[in-house]
Design a protein around this ligand. Structure first.
Ligand SMILES: [Cu+2]
Length: 390
């Protein structure tokens, strides 16, 4: 089957599922309940929002209808029959400026939504090939990537050979790819979680992807998680968010505020210059927030660190290690840029972490805790001495 035909078919399926999804949303809660009851990720066919209960799904699904010029809702879905991972996105065209992306993960896997600004040369190449930009991206970047990856992960070639083969293939099929600029976007968001990230987007065409892998070592982008969004010249007029906390990631590590109160936060994530040759995994740094569900020990930290490296068999596969939940952040941006990440921090243990090989060794795994209510309350009056001192 020709490659472009294959992806066009995927897109057709995505479009059909989108239409179905929106028509069901319009039809109201009763129909939605019916939809999720029928289409839970069992052995039945259809687009499945597998892991969540019907009631939870209603909440997630309602987010979809709330999108607007400054708020793009993304819902991740999984087609159980075809094993396709899909982005359902509320907008395909938005004004330029500050835009918030709300990622609703309604599937069993962890996902993210990394935006790339598409260079003009790519649009010209797609036009010349007579393909929509998304098909062209898939055919010239995503598919060759998977094809070059397969012999490496099957143990037939070493990593250096894979990298050489990959550069040879992509520089030949998509020489413009080196000019595709990572623009951030919602970070890793575990199954059943919702995350919000605001970035400033100038006018242009953007492609978004998720490259978490299935257990068969296929990237989600190869199986449908590729999206296109157009940003128009019209200004959104949306104001820049006001930060309640700052986090900075540079090649020296992640810097963060040590004392963090529970509750709503808008975190300004600042990006220092990226290393020219990446961190050995062909990428630069980003910032993710992970919650430890029931505390942590060294073994869990080691497993988490190992999972953050997509170039290994166990890395970036399906879901983060049990006991950890990713709740968003910002995908990669070039140095000097920033994203705002919105999060409601419940009391507990967390870590800021970058998706790089050995994050702890690079000072990019930074643990903090938000105190429990009784620790942040003022001491009760009974604890004061007779002179009113604590
Ligand atoms: Cu994914």
């Amino acid at each position: 089957m020709p490659v472009n035909q294959k992806f066009s078919q995927k897109r057709a399926l995505m479009k059909n599922s989108k239409k179905l999804f929106y028509s069901l949303t319009r039809s109201g809660i009763i129909m939605l309940t019916l939809f999720f009851t029928i289409n839970g990720c069992s052995e039945e066919s259809g687009i499945a929002t597998d892991s969540l209960s019907g009631e939870e799904n209603l909440t997630k699904a309602n987010f979809v209808a709330k999108g607007g010029p400054n708020l793009v809702d993304i819902t991740s879905l999984h087609d159980h029959d075809t094993n396709e991972h899909l982005f359902e996105v509320s907008e395909d065209e938005i004004p330029s400026g500050w835009t918030t992306f709300r990622f609703n993960n309604s599937s069993h896997s962890d996902h993210f939504y990394l935006l790339y600004k598409v260079p003009e040369a790519a649009i010209e190449a797609a036009d010349a090939a007579g393909e929509p930009i998304l098909d062209h991206w898939y055919n010239t970047v995503t598919e060759p990537f998977q094809q070059e990856w397969n012999p490496y992960i099957e143990g037939d070639i070493d990593f250096g050979t894979f990298v050489n083969n990959l550069f040879g293939a992509v520089l030949s099929s998509a020489p413009w790819f080196v000019d595709a600029v990572p623009m951030g976007g919602p970070g890793l968001t575990s199954a059943g979680q919702t995350s919000l990230t605001t970035v400033k987007l100038p006018a242009g065409t953007y492609v978004a992807e998720c490259y978490v892998k299935d257990e068969n070592q296929e990237f989600h982008s190869y199986n449908g998680m590729l999206d296109v969004i157009r940003v128009t010249d019209e200004a959104s007029g949306k104001k820049e968010p006001r930060a309640t906390m700052e986090v900075t990631v540079t090649q020296d590590g992640i810097e963060h505020e040590k004392s963090v109160r529970p509750g709503m936060h808008t975190v300004a994530i600042h990006f220092g210059p990226q290393p020219a040759a990446g961190y050995g995994h062909l990428l630069g740094h980003n910032v993710q927030l992970v919650r430890f569900d029931d505390g942590y020990d060294q073994q869990l930290l080691d497993e988490l660190g190992a999972w953050m490296n997509w170039t290994t068999e166990e890395g970036f596969v399906h879901r983060a290690p049990e006991g950890t939940t990713f709740i968003g952040g910002s995908m990669e941006m070039t140095g000097g840029n920033m994203a705002y990440y919105h999060v409601n921090l419940k009391p507990g243990s967390y870590a800021w972490i970058a998706e790089v090989p050995d994050p702890a060794g690079k000072d990019m795994l930074k643990i903090f805790s938000t105190p429990f209510g009784r620790e942040v309350q003022a001491k009760p009056a009974a604890f004061l001495d007779r002179k009113g001192r604590r």
